[in-house]
Design a protein around this ligand. Structure first.
Ligand code: PEP
Length: 250
């Protein structure tokens, strides 16, 4: 039986002060939520976020990390530094990283492996562009991103990985995949995990949906068989909307 996992990707929003205020609000509003809830503030606010979230049911994650542990990599942030702050999870392969910063599947795979070696949990994002969807390639693209992103990762590490299916055309656009469309890709991704690993691994794998998840569509998305949570962008920046999404079941 899979549990739900709701994560908020704050992207390049929130100063340290704004981060602490939002987390303080969420600590109250999310009290008693039994499934996993995570916020991913920008790097500059991670230290304050970890401290603010202490003693609550809110986990803190990073939005990215370097593919190297240390060295001459100006402007990068290492997994070791994230761990040092008490960060337990990292979002990797977000479409903004893939598209704007040209991160390849192989590069993302290096990061996934490094995060796992250091004991971090990973949210691995996959998803097709509008062009790929219209060409009928959504499943193929997602399955290829999965295979390459998980390359060289053994089955025993999978419980530390969550997949986030985020169709690029639905991110920040207000367009959401219908619950049925999303579920179809989630089901095909699960089938791919079964082929790459085992049916047991596929059955246990958490697959979040991301792309304009809002309080008014969260419940119907979460009701689908293969949707196990959400990766939320815009609606995660406000305590009322993120709380309503995280409390979709109450
Ligand atoms: C995201 O950035 O991961 C995302 C899903 O954004 P939004 O919810 O704003 O579409």
């Amino acid at each position: 039986m899979r549990s739900y996992f709701i994560a908020g990707n704050w992207k390049m929003h929130k100063t340290v002060g704004e981060t602490v205020s939002l987390i303080n609000e969420l600590k109250n509003s999310l009290k008693g939520v039994s499934h996993k809830v995570l916020v991913a503030p920008p790097f500059t606010a991670l230290d304050a976020a970890v401290k603010a979230a202490e003693g609550s049911n809110i986990l803190v994650g990073a939005q990215n990390m370097s593919n190297k542990e240390s060295g001459a990599h100006t402007g990068e942030v290492s997994v070791v530094m994230l761990k040092d702050l008490g960060v337990g999870c990292v979002i990797l392969g977000h479409s903004e990283r893939r598209i704007i910063y040209k991160e390849s599947d192989a590069f993302i795979n290096e990061k996934v492996k490094l995060a796992l070696v250091h004991g971090l949990e990973v949210i691995l994002c996959v998803g097709e562009t509008l062009e790929e969807r219209e060409a009928g390639k959504a499943e193929t693209v997602v399955n290829e991103q999965l295979e390459k992103g998980l390359s060289g990762i053994s089955e025993d590490k999978l419980p530390r990985i969550t997949i986030a299916y985020e169709p690029v055309w639905a991110i920040g656009t207000g367009k959401t995949a219908t619950p049925e469309d999303a579920d179809e890709i989630h089901a095909s991704a699960r089938k791919k995990i079964a082929a790459l690993y085992s049916q047991a691994a596929a059955d246990a794998m958490l697959i979040q949906y991301g792309g304009s998840v809002k309080p008014d569509n969260a419940k119907e998305l979460m009701a689908m068989d293969n949707i196990d949570g959400a990766l939320v962008g815009g609606a995660a920046l406000d305590s009322a909307s993120f709380t309503a999404i995280a409390r979709f079941d109450s």
